[in-house]
Design a protein. Structure first.
Length: 58
């Protein structure tokens, strides 16, 4: 039982980390749009489309 709860906790932690990273990326994009920047912040190879994020989500 303890091992099951630990695994579930670890899965939730991974998901929270992913969601936090995605939220921060969206916030950076919004800031760039509001500033009128033509380039997107961050490394373009790290960017995922919404469809890709949904497909990778458990």
């Amino acid at each position: 039982m303890i091992a099951t709860l630990e695994r579930e906790r670890d899965r939730m932690t991974e998901r929270v980390t992913c969601l936090t990273r995605n939220r921060d990326a969206i916030a950076e994009c919004l800031d760039a749009v509001r500033r009128g920047d033509q380039t997107r912040p961050g490394n373009p190879s790290d960017d995922l489309t919404v469809r890709e994020v949904r497909r990778r989500s458990p």
